[in-house]
Design a binder for this molecule. Structure first.
Ligand code: TYD
Length: 416
């Protein structure tokens, strides 16, 4: 894309079809993880169109633009390990996969976009050799400090080729919450084909588009999430690269996630597992292959905006102090789309050291640590990381010492 900071998408990222139809427009927003310094209160931030399109051929949902990955991912403040629910999810994943791979305890497990090494720590505990691939310098450094061998690179064929003479081929390659971030999925898959052993397993976790649509999780849409997956387009992608899906499982993490296990096709291993047809039938029955289903989302999203603004203004009018919890990327979409700023929300609490003492993109609300909240007790907390509602409620009700109420924005605005 040369030096341009973003480009428009003209054809489907998976099937190449040009019949892409826009179904959601969230306006122009700044980059969701581009936090501002404490001094930047008057800074004019660059804003980018945030729109989603549906491919009429393979049913992949995708953003209408691509912001340069170098701009998006070279520094990344998101840390997987902050949430205990996610750490638990990683431990369970490792135990489950390790259980099925008992015969090869010395196998190499590679995690693409390994973040701070959260998942690989768990595999290490299960005596596997582990290797992380992480493009963000700050995160690769944290992982290394925690004893997780990490290659600080983007994932591509060149990276895969460099690894083989040093570590050998991988028994398992894992990519959790990364496929949505990838523009060139064909190159991504080709690189997996290079590094994975012929009898290896490729395991992907992606947020499931069915949950996004059915639970109005529109705030999970932001510029880093280029694609929104169903099984149908994934199957096409895998087929094109000689992979077959052997199993699919559903998990509640991040508002609804599918875990897709795939292997290289070989004689006797060409047919997809039974769960694949179950998912495809489900998607068909739920109207996920019909543009009509998607066109209805817009009204529901507008209603969330209207209800949320009304609730916040009403509480503010009654003299209530409102703060938010979780300076998440999805929080950024929510605040910017709804036009909520520091006139309505006093501060955002986040436990990530890299985020504290910064300002949230667009809204310019200050991000603070939990001790600040203890000193400046709000009456209401807007949950910007509603996917971790239980964990955050437990945490805040304990440290609080006075009753606090929670505002949950999706699937519809609820105060509890
Ligand atoms: P998350 O919802 O995981 O992702 P995204 O940025 O993709 O929308 O972000 C959760 C944010 O909430 C993250 O900044 C960490 C923060 N957080 C805490 O500060 N404390 C907690 O106990 C939890 C669960 C999350």
């Amino acid at each position: 894309m040369g030096n341009a900071i973003y480009k428009r998408i003209a054809k489907c990222r998976i099937c190449g079809n040009k019949n892409l139809v826009k179904y959601l427009n969230l306006g122009k927003t700044p980059l969701a993880n581009r936090l501002l310094g404490p001094q930047d209160t008057d800074k004019q931030e660059e804003k980018f169109p945030l729109e989603v399109m549906y491919c009429k051929n393979c049913s992949l949902s995708q953003l209408s633009i691509l912001v340069s990955p170098r701009v998006l991912f070279s520094y990344y403040p998101y840390r997987s390990s902050i949430s205990s629910a996610f750490r638990k999810h990683c431990a369970e994943m490792s135990n489950k996969i390790s259980g099925t791979l008992k015969t090869k305890p010395n196998g190499l497990i590679v995690d693409i976009a390994s973040n701070d090494g959260c998942l690989l720590q768990e595999f290490k505990k299960n005596n596997f050799r582990t290797l992380g691939i992480e493009p963000a310098k700050n995160l690769a450094k944290i992982a290394e400090e925690n004893g997780i061998d990490t290659v600080n690179s983007f994932w591509n064929g060149e990276t895969a080729e460099k690894i083989i003479p040093i570590h050998g081929k991988a028994q398992v390659i894992i990519a959790t919450n990364v496929l949505a971030h990838v523009d060139n999925l064909n190159k991504f898959m080709a690189a997996v084909g290079i590094l994975l052993r012929d009898d290896g397993l490729f395991i992907v976790e992606v947020p499931y588009l069915y949950d996004l649509i059915s639970k109005n999780e529109f705030d999970t849409i932001y510029h880093e999430h280029l694609s929104y997956f169903l099984v149908k387009p994934l199957q096409k992608l895998y087929n094109d690269h000689g992979f077959t899906i052997v199993n699919i499982e559903k998990y509640p993490i991040h508002g609804g996630t599918i875990r897709v296990y795939a292997s290289k096709k070989s004689p006797g291993r060409e047919n997809p597992g039974k769960s694949v047809s179950n998912f495809l039938n489900f998607e068909q029955n739920e109207g996920m292959y019909s543009l009509k289903t998607y066109n209805k989302l817009d009204d529901r999203v507008k209603k969330i905006k209207k209800d949320l603004l009304k609730a916040l203004k009403n509480l503010k009018g009654k003299g209530k102090k409102i703060a938010a919890y979780g300076a998440s990327a999805k929080g950024s979409t929510l605040l910017n789309y709804c036009g909520i700023d520091n006139g309505l929300i006093s501060f955002i609490v986040d436990d990530t050291p890299e985020k504290q003492n910064h300002l949230a993109p667009g809204s310019k609300i200050k991000i603070v640590d939990a001790s600040y909240m203890e000193k400046n007790k709000p009456d209401y907390l807007l949950l910007l990381a509603w996917n971790f509602a239980k964990e955050i409620m437990e945490k805040t009700s304990k440290i609080y010492g006075k009753p606090v109420r929670y505002i949950i924005p999706v699937p519809k605005v609820k105060i509890q």
